[in-house]
Design a binder for this molecule. Sequence first.
Ligand code: NAD
Length: 296
Amino acid sequence: MARIGFIGLGNMGGGMAANLVKAGHQVRAFDLAQAALDRAAEAGATVAGSAAEAVADAEVVVTMLPAGKHVRAVYAGEVLGKAPAGALLIDCSTIDGASAKAVSADAAAAGYRMVDAPVSGGIAAANGGTLTFMVGGSAEDFAAAQEILAGMGKAVIHAGASGAGQAVKIVNNMLLAANMIATCEAFVLAKKLGIDQQTFFDISSKATGQSWSMTSYCPVPGVGPESPADRGYQGGFATALMLKDLKLAMAAAHEAGAAVPMGAAAESLYQAFANAGSAGLDFSAIIKLLDGTEAS
Ligand code: NAD
């Protein structure tokens, strides 16, 4: 059992903090949004008045923030020098590798241990404690983080040195984005060919077209297990965040000289969908762009 300061209690962080409480840890939580703080209090966490207060006596700090700029600002202003020296810092946000490495180097210089530990699995996995963590950092720091992360996930895997967790995460999300768009295209085409959406699901989910996007996160309302499509594409994984990850993947591919034509097509489609005013909708809502209902 550890004293944990948790910062960022949004779609993902809310459930993750609740699972740390369930695992027996003392969680002191902070978010800028009052609704997120209320949910954390209901789950048994102690609510702090600021991020610095949340980490003031923490042995472990966990952050789940939107993007690199938030992570850099929170660590520089509210964590480094505010959390006790020697504390283990775990950033679970999906951010660019350069920010991850820079924050980690600053943390080490200030006497902290740090890993990047982005997640895969979505809100259901965050709430259910079944996330997959991909961790970048030293073997020693990974071992220390593993114990804490096990309370929030089903798999905790060492990806390599600092920044390697973020590298795996953006590659995985590039694959997910292309997969989701292909799944949406397939449902739209099946419908235009006169095939009932449920019938297409029943067949393709047991055939070679099957994927996580289809069977765990179906973009068609009323088909497959409950997903953001059944809630008007609210909550879930915002299009803006998927677009952020695709931009990170494209920048990394450019730097590495890798050919990523499907990733580039996915980026341009998500950019068009965000430009059409849908940045706040779950990323599976891209089916609206493909079936022409995005303006409705
Ligand atoms: P979110 O926008 O729902 O939550 C982020 C939270 O951070 C918000 O509640 C916001 O108020 C808070 N926040 C922002 N700045 C803050 C600050 N300075 N101090 C305290 N709190 C602050 O986003 P999310 O969907 O929970 O995603 C979080 C991260 O996880 C992102 O990097 C995302 O790419 C990644 N991710 C999301 C999913 C998903 O399915 N939603 C899946 C895997 C990874």
